[in-house]
Design a protein around this ligand. Structure first.
Ligand code: ATP
Length: 299
């Protein structure tokens, strides 16, 4: 069952197409990552879904919800702003009352959410004393206050340090069990850790979409990763000349070699290594990361 369906959605600013004719759906209970580089159109898309800006064209529908779409959506903007003199608890109760809860209901729900997002310790501190990670978790709690069917989070982890990112990613993994999530990011490693489905947005267009496992299978290409001690230069030159090397990605101490046939080309590489006495520290089959996949699809 789909929570949200989007058909031919478009946003144009004068001559500039921020989002061009995108069609996708969000399945209930799934976590979907909207991925794209800066300026791809992620915020514009999410703002249209959240009812904050009006599309130039297209349809957004909610198959199992009639009436104002905002009643079923919880939203965390890319740059949330808070009444920083409030405590986290006061802010949540206030947010609950705005959505129509009574004060008693809002307090009860806020107490549940404070526990869920692991803010019990700081619940009575002013928000201006919160860390970035605490603010993001408070923002997620705010998005959940009216028990929405779908939460939309715009770059919830991008501005955080590794600790804050880990806290928020853990929280998303926990929320996935009960809520449909759509979140945008340009940090692909983060997306890979929590999402089931992906939407690849580039230059306002959806260039690939679907379950991450299916997309990985569709674009799979066998790869070998070789770690070499010392200067990679001479070995890189040899590999670049080989007809069976389809792509070579060079990192600081390793090279990832996209090959045609894993078994055959691994044997060929072994021969090269032993005949040339290459100083190999490690050789492994390489799994394709979401980043590799995105680069490949973009190309
Ligand atoms: P980022 O990761 O940097 O936040 P994004 O993927 O969220 O980027 P958007 O903010 O949606 O991208 O912007 C998409 C494009 O639309 C950009 O080229 C941007 O300059 C343009 N754009 C966005 N809002 C407006 C506006 N109000 N007027 C004119 N152009 C706009």
């Amino acid at each position: 069952m789909n929570v949200l369906e989007v058909a031919s959605l478009e946003k144009k600013y004068k001559e500039k197409h921020a989002v061009k004719d995108i069609t996708f759906h969000l399945e209930r209970g799934k976590c979907t990552a909207l991925i794209g580089p800066n300026g791809a159109g992620k915020t514009t898309t999410l703002n249209m879904l959240a009812g904050l800006i009006t599309p130039t064209n297209g349809m957004i529908s909610t198959p199992d919800h009639a009436g104002d779409i905002r009643a079923m959506i919880g939203y965390l903007p890319q740059y949330p702003s808070y009444f920083e003199w409030m405590s986290g608890m006061e802010y949540l109760i206030f947010s609950g009352e705005i959505t129509g809860l009574t004060r008693k209901e809002a307090r009860h729900r806020s107490e549940e959410l404070i526990k869920l997002v692991n803010l019990s310790e700081g619940q009575n501190r002013r928000i201006n004393q919160y860390s970035g990670g605490m603010k993001q978790r408070l923002g997620i709690a705010q998005a959940l206050i009216h028990q929405p069917k779908l939460i939309i989070l715009d770059e919830p982890v991008s501005a955080l340090d590794p600790f804050g990112r880990r806290e928020v990613l853990n929280l998303l993994n926990k929320l996935k069990e009960h809520t449909t999530i759509l979140f945008s990011t340009h940090i692909l490693n983060d997306a890979e850790q929590v999402c089931d489905d992906v939407l690849f947005l580039y230059n306002g267009e959806l260039i690939e979409q679907g379950p991450l496992t299916d997309i990985k299978a569709r674009h799979h290409s066998p790869s070998l990763k070789i770690h070499i001690e010392g200067d990679l230069g001479p070995y890189r030159e040899v590999l670049e000349e080989l007809s069976w090397v389809r792509q070579l990605k060079v990192e600081k101490e390793s090279m990832t070699i996209e090959v045609e046939k894993l078994n055959r080309d691994r044997s060929r590489l072994f021969t090269l290594i032993s005949e040339g006495d290459w100083p190999v520290a490690k050789l492994e089959s390489s799994d394709q990361s979401l980043e590799d996949l995105f680069m490949k699809v973009m190309r």
